[in-house]
Design a protein around this ligand. Structure first.
Ligand SMILES: Cc1ncc(COP(=O)(O)O)c(C=O)c1O
Length: 403
């Protein structure tokens, strides 16, 4: 047998990339298992197996509706965050244009590509999109979003929390301002939020947030990949983006993913019940990590809002290194995290989020995101803090990245 010569031989790997994906929680897996091999009938089937599968889906829908403070009928199951967001943006935009309401959309410069590329897709069909800028912490000014709303605006989409730098937007304030502006215009302008990064730490009650559409992705909060949901307020005009058998009340055709739906519902219930504990635990770990980085790599710069940020997000720029090189070096030591810039065909493509925040290019290419999780121990964090300075020193000695 080959000898394990990696630096991790003495300890298990440390996964600091929960913003990218999480493990399915054991409680979630247990809830899902019967629906793979026992209750596997098509939920549309007119027989005992079909009724049982359908019953499980409706129970899941009721549990999600309770978490969101919504009606059961307002919950649409999808295949993930990307699908929910595409359905929300394209479905609302096309339905309203068809109704003659206009073709103007307001969003922000720091949205996930699922939002930005859906907006760009609509631009090809004649829609006009306003991308509202952010401050140096990645926050939008609610007044600027409101000012961007016009009489022909058909949708406003602002993310809840940023997936790169963790900044939380003042969502209720923005949505409230948009609602007031819309009513002054004698209009009803649907408001969507990409809440994909929010479910572990932030409240999701849709009426309190003042949102009409909200997108979530199961694998970001201990649920399975390939599961998502869209909250769609009952009076919002919507043109379905997947046509077929008419499942999900004609809003999303396709045979339902029964185990996935059971899984995302259980995961959301757990995540929202445990929010306070999650925030306390992951922020303590995050503070330990950040303190260690600041002590041992003193010129590292924290990105994102100092306080209004996801509790488990640490996003730093390390001058004089490439973020990707740091990620690769740490990976060799069994530490998983992610970089904020990618080098494609010899040119640097820093993240659009950091550019919107006016982070200088030479800093942006050295960005690294580490996301803590409640299952981490202080020893895990200490191991990362211990590993990082040597990696940075070695990369700096090898020469500054060329821009
Ligand atoms: C903020 C945000 N929106 C949307 C998505 C897309 O979700 P999914 O990849 O699950 O479709 C992600 C995933 O990284 C995200 O972080």
């Amino acid at each position: 047998m080959g000898e394990d010569t990696s630096d991790t031989a003495h300890r298990p790997p440390i996964y600091l990339d929960s913003a990218a994906s999480t493990a399915v929680r054991p409680e979630v897996l247990d809830a899902m298992l019967p629906y793979f091999t026992s209750v596997y009938a098509n939920p549309s089937g007119h027989h005992a197996g079909g009724f049982r599968a359908n019953g499980a889906i409706e129970a899941a829908r009721a549990s999600i509706a309770a978490v969101l403070g919504a009606l059961k009928e307002e919950v649409v199951f999808t295949s993930g965050g990307t699908e929910s967001i595409n359905a929300a943006i394209k479905g609302v935009a096309f339905a309203q244009r068809d109704a003659g309401a206009g073709q103007h959309i307001v969003t922000t410069q720091v949205e996930h590509h699922a939002v930005l590329h859906s907006a760009q897709f609509l631009e090809r069909f004649g829609f006009e999109v306003e991308y509202v800028p952010v401050d140096r912490y990645g926050r939008v000014d609610p007044a600027e979003v409101v000012e961007a709303v016009r009489p022909d605006t058909v949708l406003v989409s602002v993310m809840y929390a940023n997936n790169e730098v963790g900044t939380i937007q003042p969502l209720a304030e923005i949505a409230g301002g948009v609602r007031e502006r819309a009513s002054a215009l004698g209009r009803r302008i649907p408001f969507h939020t990409d809440a994909v990064q929010a479910a572990n730490a932030l409240p999701l009650a849709v009426d309190e947030l003042g949102v009409d559409l909200l997108s979530l992705s199961g694998h970001k909060f201990g649920g399975p990949k390939g599961t998502g949901l869209l909250y769609l307020r009952r009076d919002v005009p919507f043109l379905e983006q997947l046509s077929g058998g008419g499942q999900e009340r004609q809003r999303r055709s396709g045979t339902e993913n029964t185990p996935g739906i059971v899984g995302i519902a259980r995961a959301l219930e757990l995540a929202q019940t445990e929010r306070a504990g999650f925030a306390a635990r992951t922020s303590a770990l995050r503070d330990r990590l950040l303190e260690g980085i600041r002590r041992l790599v003193p010129d590292a710069v924290l990105n994102g809002h100092p306080d209004e940020r996801l509790p488990n997000n640490t996003h730093v720029c390390i001058p004089g290194v490439e973020g990707e090189a740091v990620v690769t070096a740490l990976d060799r030591m069994g530490i998983a995290c992610s970089a904020g810039a990618a080098c494609t065909s010899a040119t640097w493509e820093p993240s659009h989020v950091l550019l919107a925040m006016n982070v200088p290019l030479e800093l942006a290419i050295g960005s690294v995101r580490m996301s803590t999780w409640p299952t981490h121990t202080a020893a895990d964090i200490d191991a990362v803090v211990e590993a990082l300075p040597a990696v940075v020193a070695r990369l700096r000695a090898a020469g500054a990245p060329s821009i």
